[in-house]
Ligand binder design. Sequence first.
Ligand code: D41
Length: 671
Amino acid sequence: MSEAAPEALRRRAAQLREALHKHSYLYHALDDPEISDAEYDRLMQELIDLESRYPDLITPDSPTQRVGAPPLEKFETISHSLPMLSLENGFDEEDVMAFDQRVRRLLNIDMDLVYVAEPKMDGVAVELVYENGELTVASTRGDGFVGEVITPNIKTIRSVPILLQKSGEASIPARIEVRGEVFMRTDAFRKLNQQRLQEGEPPFANPRNAAAGSLRQLDSRVTAKRPLEMFCYGIGIISDMKFRSHWELMNFLKALGLRVNPYIKKCTGIDEVLNYYEDMASRRHRLPYEIDGIVIKVDDLEYQERLGEKSRSPRWALAYKFVPSQETTRIIDIDVQVGRTGALTPVAHLEPVRLGGVIVKRATLHNQDEITKKDIRIGDTVLIQRAGDVIPEVVKVITGKRTGLEKGFIMPDTCPVCGSPVLQPKDEVVLRCINTGCPAQVKERIKHFASRAALNIEGLGDKLISQMVEKRILKSYADLFDLDLETLKGLERMAEKSARNVLEAINKSKHTTLARFIYALGIRHVGEHTATVLAQKFKSLEALMAANEEDLMAIKEIGPEVSQSVVAFFKNPENKKNIHRILRSGLVLEGDETVQKDKLAGLTFVLTGTLNSMTRAQAKQRIESLGGKVTNSVSRKTSYVVAGREPGSKLDKAKELGVSIIDEETFVKML
Ligand code: D41
């Protein structure tokens, strides 16, 4: 049982909540921060600390609640009190002119109409319910009538206020349903995909899928790590409020602290709307997020009401879509790639086509579900598309071009590389080869181990790795450290000089950091960032290897997936054996403290002269990190004088006092 918090701390927590809300609003809604990110993090940490000491201080609106809640079993569903309508699409100027004419005819208006034009976010539509200013329920659009409740996930999005603001004349309605689009910025999407590839996860095809996938997490702590954002574009039911126009409504939402796209524009007459479209089309690729068109809305709410809706879309709005960069080509063949973690990915080989300035020869087909859903067959003529600089994907099959000679494709039930059975882990769409010794997996693991962000073994290229795996010289990355000149020289296209270079690079790679080594191991879900966190928290490979899931979960940034994966990795006897072999080969891990922490404890060093392999400051740091001391003058208490090139009078003093003198080589060995 935890006790109630003292009054002073209760006040402090309230202060912190208010400050965090305010700064979050300044940062996310107004894009005008008053304090640094570091200062924000400090305030947040203080509140987290307070709340963990006194859980009764936690309020539902606390900004700490954005970090996610324990996983759900499944999503609840909820009916929208007003259906979330869909948008009618227009594809050219003609469609837009026809829309304008129809609207004016129905309203019986001759003059120019006022429209609001806004970017059409390529994201996921959601609805937020605020009751007395507090976010109570958030749901997906679903089929427009019934959506899934994703409140904990939405709460992790920093640009979504948990409490509405009172600002200016806007008073907070007793209840308001706010609608908008959740999206991921293009740069964040790329970073996330890079991370996923490093962690052996299939990348998302585009930012919209990434946003949708992130929102559909039963574990909101996963969502919390995904940089999602939201722009609001409308409302459902609102209590006791009257607005005259959509424009007014958008300003009201802004005043409540909700985020509205800054590019929203009021246009008089359809020509101004067409200009806006051109303007956004040319700006489109410089925006930090993907938009797939503009949305045109009649501004006057009374007109909107008079126009009404037809077949689930309002007559007063039109989505005017951009032309995407798409091309048609033919699928010559489909093959299956096996990744580092055994994931099988079907890839289409295409007749090369030019798409958005580059020649495209391959497109990912993601997985069997995708192939079945789109009924993709070998020989099919397909429409392909590239969003941003993402891997091209197949949009659809042009069935009219079928000749009857196309061949269906089913993912194999054995690994195409090693023939082992493949398994589909539950809750996953990917198939995985179960044989960790599969040459494809071994190759990918060694490539990863040697890659720049890992051990950075220069000169150990993909072809060389493939050759050595195929010749059974390498069965794991640990085998790299047993390579000798004879073996390397025996390989194709390997002269003695290159062989020596490779050996030297491998040797050099034994001096690395703990974080790099953890990353290099290729543990699922452990990318560069997570590896760094683990290195900082555990401070030694030994400690990390001994950690259980609880120890790992205690770290703020580590969730259940990572914890399970890390524990399973170090439990695996094969992995343990490999690590011990590498350690025995003379691996030196900087930042690994327990292995060597006390190695120089009790020893005092004096440095004199110049060292070749490091500066004096570095030498001092190394000695101190191993528990030793460095002083400036030689005395009887000095354990060693390290003599570099052109040593000074300290050397004479050492000789005089009979203190041990060591040269650089001995010193480095000692370290
Ligand atoms: O940015 C968008 N994707 C967007 C979507 C927007 N700016 N406005 C929208 N307006 C509507 C109506 C007119 C029906 C209120 C929408 C959507 N709907 C919408 N998003 C997904 C389905 C419909």
